[in-house]
Design a protein around this ligand. Structure first.
Ligand code: FAD
Length: 339
């Protein structure tokens, strides 16, 4: 469902730095909306290394990526940020004293200031290089994630990939789908050994068909209705598997995408900012975290946290013009009420 939203500060990116920016803005009584291309918060920490320990977060001798994100979420929750997940910010333009953002799902966000905490760009699925892909993506014939398991009840599903997502969804969907075929180019799966063993057993029982060593070759169907997926071996042997859906799990990649078109003065895919305020070349648009650059910049989460605080203080006069901002410690003022 599309939304039209007004807020003080729009934060692009729900990675660790974007989440901490919610807290810093909240402490200064500024309302925030956070937009992220991913369905889940956490940026790189959640998407790339949820179980890896991080050792250089102050006061946490060791904390797993997912646990850091859970703590940041808890810390910013009192400020009730609106989290708009699963949509990319495609356009950003100035309007009067403020800005208007447009997302890939048709939402409009009006705000007084923007914080770009976009890391190395929006996360998105790695797409297979197949003809007519867009046609079948538009109708849901080809998908890269499962948001509603029930969509696959009674359907013929082809799952491509050899990692945890491919294997876990094959094991889950075999319970409700009419047929599940797993396509992988080699016999070895990059998933938990227990899951690989379960997949093999399910294949032996005839509950899952394994198409190995095959790769995706083409999509068949008319009017956006997928009817089959053609598969090929490296030797060029081709076969077609009937399919209502293709689920392709080839991992995620990051893409700067539309940010490059916003006139923010990119320096080798990073946004140059004034270090003391993290302001970009456009007043009112700030960049923090991995995407921001200035002399001495370290791409560390702890540095992004500090940038979030500096950006929030620099934005305050835009949101509350004429109101003096007296610097205060959180211990002195406590948490202000959410706006
Ligand atoms: P990200 O975490 O990259 O989040 C950016 C978010 O913005 C993403 O979710 C993306 O989808 C979203 N986004 C981008 N563009 C758009 C758009 N147009 N619309 C909507 N959403 C958008 N750092 C440390 O300090 N210590 C460590 O030990 C450490 N270990 C690491 C280990 C690994 C394996 C990796 C990959 C990184 C590690 N890092 C570490 C780096 C750390 O993860 C990054 O510095 C940190 O994630 C940057 O946070 P961020 O919020 O700036 O960006």
């Amino acid at each position: 469902m599309t939304a039209v939203v007004e807020t003080d500060v729009a934060i692009i990116g729900a990675g660790p730095v974007g989440l901490f920016a919610v807290f810093e803005c909240g402490m200064l009584r500024m309302k925030t909306v956070v937009i992220d291309a991913l369905e889940e918060i956490g940026g790189q920490c959640a998407a790339l290394y949820p179980e890896k320990p991080i050792f250089d977060i102050p006061a946490h001798p060791e904390i797993a990526g997912a646990d850091l994100i859970a703590q940041l979420h808890k810390q910013c929750a009192p400020f009730n940020p609106l989290l708009m997940m699963g949509r990319r910010v495609d356009a950003l333009r100035q309007e009067g004293d403020g800005f208007v953002l447009a997302t890939s799902t048709g939402d409009t966000i009006r705000c007084k200031a923007v914080v770009v905490a976009a890391g190395a760009g929006a996360f998105g699925p790695n797409r297979p290089p197949l003809d007519r892909l867009a046609e079948f993506e538009a109708t849901g014939g080809v998908r890269y994630m499962v948001s509603r398991r029930e969509d696959f009840r009674g359907k013929q599903v082809v799952i491509a990939g050899g990692g945890d997502s491919a294997v876990d969804w094959a094991l889950s969907l075999k319970q409700i789908a009419a047929k599940v075929t797993v396509v992988h180019r080699r016999d070895k799966f990059r998933c938990a050994p227990e899951s690989a063993a379960q997949l093999k057993q399910a294949a032996e029982r005839g509950e899952i068909e394994l198409a190995i060593p095959y790769q995706l070759h083409g999509l068949e169907g008319e009017g956006g209705q997928l009817t089959g997926v053609s598969l090929a071996t490296l030797k060029g042997e081709v076969k077609t598997v009937p399919a209502d859906h293709l689920l392709a799990f080839f991992g995620l990649s990051m893409e700067l995408g539309p940010i490059a078109d916003w006139g923010l003065g990119l320096e080798r895919s990073h946004i140059a900012v004034t270090p003391a305020t993290c302001e970009t070349t456009i007043p009112g648009i700030h960049a923090i975290g991995d995407i921001a650059t200035y002399p001495g910049k370290l791409k560390l989460i702890l540095q992004g946290f500090s940038e979030a605080a500096m950006a929030a203080h620099a934005i305050h006069p835009r949101v509350f013009p004429g109101e003096a901002l007296h610097f205060e410690y959180s211990t002195s003022k406590g948490l202000p009420a959410a706006g």
